[in-house]
Design a protein around this ligand. Structure first.
Ligand SMILES: Nc1ncnc2c1ncn2[C@@H]1O[C@H](COP(=O)(O)OP(=O)(O)O)[C@@H](O)[C@H]1O
Ligand SMILES: [Mg+2]
Length: 279
């Protein structure tokens, strides 16, 4: 396959230094090659939107970056030094926080308890609830989520967008370097999606590297500084967001399928693309 498509703006996209590099990552599950020789670099202060058809390897890649899976071959580097993430805890300790699709929040616990899940403040043998509530309030205010309901409230009372906000806020508050979100807005209303995007931008502006897997091409154009496109386990494009059309992005995603069907780029109509990409 030919080299991935890139554009000249590449060097100018990120506002911060290179942080994490995935080099030549391949992942096999038995006979299935989920990822093949994938190189992607992530810089601080940049939102990367990862797009691609179902089964193109996006979640597998996310799981490798977050320590859930180990690559069959290839390497990860943080600040230029090789690292190995043997577990999600390893990745977190190095600064990679992942917001999984189910978010990992406990419904029956308060916002403050969820914020400190796994990192509880204690006073002797007891949980220091007052302190956790105080610190949660302060952190939420600091990252622009100050008006988010009473922090003593159960998480079950929150909307999908508010839940995402807590998960994102947690990554920022615990000073991670990289925030990964796998399909963060798939179950959200348009209004809530816009809010979550604001939090993602806020995380980026505070200097985090942000990677968001997205399936909605209109939405990803609103939030990503750079697009990385996977096709059948390979990276086929890595381009700075210069306002490419939804149609252009869709073309990358379904390049192979369109060619098989004998459809020219110019003939692509969004109805056809939606039918193909959502099948
Ligand atoms: N745990 C697994 N065992 C076997 N095959 C897997 C596993 N996880 C993913 N795959 C396969 O790897 C490919 C990529 O899947 P995935 O990364 O989930 O794609 P995406 O997130 O882009 O939809 C698919 O063919 C999928 O069936
Ligand atoms: Mg997936």
């Amino acid at each position: 396959m030919s080299a991935p498509t890139t554009n000249d703006e590449q060097e100018h996209a990120a506002r911060g230094p290179l942080w994490l590099e995935a080099r030549s990552i391949t992942k096999q599950f038995g006979a299935v090659i989920a990822l093949s020789d994938v190189d992607v670099s992530f810089s601080l202060g940049e939102v990367v939107g990862l797009i691609g058809d179902n089964g193109s390897g996006k979640s597998t890649f996310v799981k490798i970056l977050s320590g859930v899976y180990q690559a069959s071959s290839g390497s990860l580097l943080v600040e230029g030094k090789p690292v190995r993430f043997h577990s999600a805890a390893d990745a977190r300790a190095m600064g990679v926080e992942t917001v999984h699709q189910d978010l990992g929040l406990v419904d029956s616990m308060s916002i403050a308890r969820n914020f400190f899940l796994g990192a509880e403040r204690r006073k002797g043998p007891f949980l220091d609830l007052k302190r956790m509530e105080r610190e949660t309030s302060a952190m939420l205010r600091e990252i622009g989520l100050g008006n988010l309901r009473a922090i003593g409230q159960d998480v079950s009372r929150l909307s999908g967008g508010e839940r995402q906000a807590i998960s994102i806020g947690r990554a920022v508050a615990f000073q991670r370097k990289m925030l990964i979100l796998d399909e963060p807005t798939s179950a959200l209303s348009i209004q809530e999606t816009e809010k979550v995007f604001e939090f993602m931008r806020a995380a980026r502006d505070r200097g985090l590297a942000v990677l968001a897997v997205m399936h909605n091409l209109t939405q990803v154009r609103d939030v990503a500084d750079r697009f990385v496109v996977f096709y059948h386990g390979r990276k086929i494009a890595d381009i700075v967001n210069t306002g490419q059309s939804e149609q252009d992005l869709a073309h990358y995603i379904i390049e192979g399928k369109l060619a098989e069907m004998g459809i020219e780029r110019e003939q692509v109509d969004m109805g056809v693309i939606r039918a193909i990409t959502t099948e």
